[in-house]
Design a protein around this ligand. Structure first.
Ligand SMILES: CCCCCCCCCCCCCCCCCCCCC/C=C/C(=O)SCCNC(=O)CCNC(=O)[C@H](O)C(C)(C)COP(=O)(O)OP(=O)(O)OC[C@H]1O[C@@H](n2cnc3c(N)ncnc32)[C@H](O)[C@@H]1OP(=O)(O)O
Ligand SMILES: Cc1cc2nc3c(=O)[nH]c(=O)nc-3n(C[C@H](O)[C@H](O)[C@H](O)COP(=O)(O)OP(=O)(O)OC[C@H]3O[C@@H](n4cnc5c(N)ncnc54)[C@H](O)[C@@H]3O)c2cc1C
Length: 664
């Protein structure tokens, strides 16, 4: 049967080269080729099916995680996949699994915090998956406050061992992914005690389960922490609980790049900063920013395609009703999210560069850019995950009632995504780290230390405190210099105001506690400035393909102007723009929406997502929504029988009872 493209009319209107945009989104022609090939490989393999995930029991779901992981690993070896291809494979399989923590945290932690000797011993085992590792930092009583962890690792000089112990219930490790059922080993973060002295939190490699029969080793109590939010979603992951009862490990299993314990039990600190113990989190936060663009683009792709298919009201002379995507309110909610997906893609690319740069510097013992890398990864992780979580929910609402069906793909996407606002650092806690960095920058302004990198704009603080936005007409808002000046003035003024208010408190800590809500807002303003700046810088590069740069520029303007509109309170209160200029933002936004409207299907096609990956009837490439929704409904287990199980037990007696009551 011939397949009909219900979105064909939309595709015929596109004014730019979608294939060229696919390359921009993927990062390069080669990255697109890899992505395309691996996504098809996953979509065509029945073991990677996922359409039944939301109706599986927890045990069945976890079993699919094990099956998919083992099968993925087999394919990686058979096909000799490169690291990039393997990571694409994981992406398109689209199921959280213990493998994520093994490859995404356990291995990077050993690489970043282990000595050369330790890396030589553990990495080959981990790379061949002869051991499975997880990252066990968080405890029942403490997650954000890493310095408050309670697990102890006490050195015993008699045996040259550490004794791992969980002294209280709240010291139980709680949450680590892969810990519950799969891992054989863990990177345990625990307080190091030598000779009765507490040296704070350090990392230790600890074997948890036997490599022969997978049973927990003596002194170890271990299990899964239970069902999490939503059907399917993150429940494929075995987040775990773990307690130690005086478990002994050899001394050389403490990761010793940052500090060492000698055979005699002497504690030595190398000249590497203590914060490198937190290095794995910096690495993962950076990856989470790119992931945000993936999750948001997926939701936006579904909502955009469905909004072009869905029609409500406005029929004239019996003709078709209006496509809901043509309602300005729909555009005003959807197009800034589309723009954000592109913006996060580009800031994610830049953050990856920043991370690579700081890693190379660290290897050469240059630690100067570490504070900025920490502030950028923490702040952008927070900004992008919060906006993406909200954005996915908005996309669900943009799809009306059908968005609430699991077959829309949106409920599961939302449920699996939202913990990103919490894991790898609660988003508010991370923004407070950014604001500390900003306050330090402001306090050093008078001292001759020139701010660099993402805070370079603070170097012109005197100008930024007084400058006036020179927008006269709506089109003036299209000038990158005007947009940047407004965002810089807002960020600088908010930070300076916080710094001035902090100086009114007798202690810095008291001021920070009292002003934390304002400090968080200043951090958000700074992070939004980074995203806008990096998008504008991206547009200064050569971007081939008919109309591609024009569309990206329109989206950049939508991203920036919709933020000015949303946060106009900040911009107005700080005198960065006038009420008239704020209203011109809206005029310009409407005109930008009209400019991208014919191209939006092309802009989401450029993500190059397969229907398997999208996992959504509403987001199908061919737009054939209604027949497929109808078909899907009949697959629900409730429809296996016409009369439901339980009819005789519950419904029938009720009906008969009513009959008797009525006769009375
Ligand atoms: C079926 C599939 C098969 C597939 C097979 C194929 C597989 C192949 C490939 C797979 C690849 C997968 C990749 C997946 C990626 C991984 C997925 C991850 C999933 C998520 C899992 C979640 C994990 C976690 O959540 S781990 C736990 C995270 N915990 C936290 O984030 C805790 C947050 N708290 C903190 O970070 C700190 O405690 C903090 C910063 C809040 C406060 O710390 P503090 O010590 O109290 O610090 P403070 O006094 O405030 O500051 C001191 C000083 O230090 C600076 N600082 C703080 N942190 C850092 C840092 N990280 N780096 C640098 N500097 C730092 C701080 O700024 C202060 O500086 P000064 O002011 O200058 O003193
Ligand atoms: C799905 C998932 C997977 C995870 N995987 C892992 C893993 O693999 N390994 C691991 O070690 N951990 C893991 N975690 C734990 C995760 O890292 C922590 O939950 C996270 O760091 C937040 O810490 P918390 O739970 O202690 O939150 P809390 O700090 O208790 O936060 C509770 C509330 O207090 C607020 N708050 C806390 N401190 C402050 C402050 N100083 N100022 C203002 N407000 C504050 C927060 O904003 C929040 O609103 C995972 C968590 C989840 C949900």
């Amino acid at each position: 049967m011939e397949e009909i493209d219900h979105l064909g009319h939309e595709r015929s209107k596109i004014e730019f080269d979608v294939e060229a945009m696919k390359i921009v989104w993927a990062g390069s022609q080669r990255a697109l080729e890899v992505s395309d090939r691996i996504s098809r490989l996953v979509a065509s393999d029945p073991i990677f099916r996922k359409d039944d995930r939301t109706i599986l029991s927890r045990k069945e779901l976890f079993n699919t995680t094990l099956r998919k992981s083992a099968h993925a690993w087999k394919r990686i070896i058979e096909l000799r996949l490169t690291e990039e291809e393997a990571s694409r494979l994981r992406f398109y399989i689209d199921q959280p699994a213990f493998m994520d923590l093994h490859w995404g945290m356990f291995i990077p932690a050993i690489k970043g915090q282990g000595t050369e000797e330790q890396q030589k011993k553990w990495l080959p085992l981990a790379y061949k998956m002869q051991i499975i590792g997880c990252y066990a930092q968080t405890e029942l009583g403490h997650g954000s406050n890493v310095q408050g962890l309670e697990t102890t690792a006490t050195f015993d000089p008699k045996t040259d061992e550490f004794i791992l112990h969980s002294p209280t219930l709240t010291s139980s490790k709680w949450w680590p992914g892969g810990l519950g059922k799969a891992s054989t080993h863990a990177l345990i973060y625990s307080r190091l005690i030598t000779d009765g002295q507490d040296h704070g939190v350090h990392g230790f490699i600890v074997q948890l389960r036997s490599l022969d029969d997978h049973l927990p080793l003596p002194g170890i109590t271990i299990g899964d922490i239970g069902i999490k939010f939503g059907n399917g979603a993150y429940n494929s992951m075995d987040n775990g609980v773990l307690r130690f009862d005086h478990v002994r490990i050899p001394r050389d299993q403490m990761l010793m790049r940052v500090s060492q314990v000698t055979r005699e039990g002497k504690y030595l600190q190398s000249d590497v900063p203590r914060q490198l113990v937190y290095g794995t989190m910096v690495y993962v936060r950076q990856t989470i920013v790119s992931d945000a663009s993936c999750a948001l683009s997926r939701a936006v792709c579904i909502a955009t395609r469905y909004s072009a298919v869905r029609r409500q009201f406005g029929s004239q002379d019996g003709g078709p009703e209006t496509q809901v995507i043509d309602y300005k309110t729909q555009q005003n909610r959807l197009f800034p999210l589309l723009a954000s997906a592109y913006a996060y893609r580009f800031v994610g690319e830049w953050l990856k560069w920043l991370y690579t740069d700081v890693t190379q510097r660290l290897q050469a013992n240059d630690f100067s850019t570490l504070p900025e890398a920490h502030a950028c990864t923490a702040g952008l992780k927070s900004l992008t995950t919060s906006a993406t979580a909200d954005g996915i929910e908005e996309c669900r609402k943009l799809c009306g009632g059908h968005g609430y069906l699991c077959s829309s793909g949106l409920p599961e996407l939302f449920a699996v995504y939202i913990p990103a606002c919490t894991y790898e650092g609660d988003n508010i806690v991370l923004l407070l780290q950014v604001s500390r960095f900003l306050m330090k920058t402001v306090s050093q302004l008078g001292s001759g230390i020139k701010p660099v990198g993402t805070t370079a704009y603070m170097g012109q603080v005197e100008h930024l405190m007084q400058c006036h936005c020179d927008v006269q007409r709506a089109e003036d808002w299209l000038k990158p210099s005007v947009i940047l000046a407004a965002f810089q003035a807002r960020a600088a003024r908010m930070s300076v105001a916080c710094a001035q208010n902090l100086s009114k408190f007798s202690s810095q800590e008291e001021g920070f506690a009292e002003l934390s809500a304002d400090l968080v807002e200043a951090a958000v303003a700074h992070c939004q400035l980074i995203v806008v700046t990096k998008y504008i810088e991206k547009l200064q590069q050569a971007i081939p393909g008919k109309g591609v740069k024009e569309q990206l520029a329109a989206l950049c303007n939508i991203y920036a102007l919709s933020l000015i509109h949303k946060h106009q309170g900040d911009f107005l209160a700080n005198g960065c723009i006038t009420p008239k200029q704020a209203s011109l933002v809206n005029w310009q936004l409407r005109s930008l929406y009209a400019q991208v409207r014919p191209n939006v299907i092309g802009l989401v096609d450029a993500f190059n997502y397969t229907d398997h990956y999208l996992g959504s009837i509403l987001g199908r490439y061919d737009g054939n929504v209604y027949p497929k929704l109808y078909e899907e409904a009949w697959k629900d287990p409730l429809n296996d029988s016409v009369v439901p199980d339980g009819y005789h037990e519950f419904i029938r007696p009720m009906l008969k009872q009513q009959l008797r009551t009525a006769r009375l």
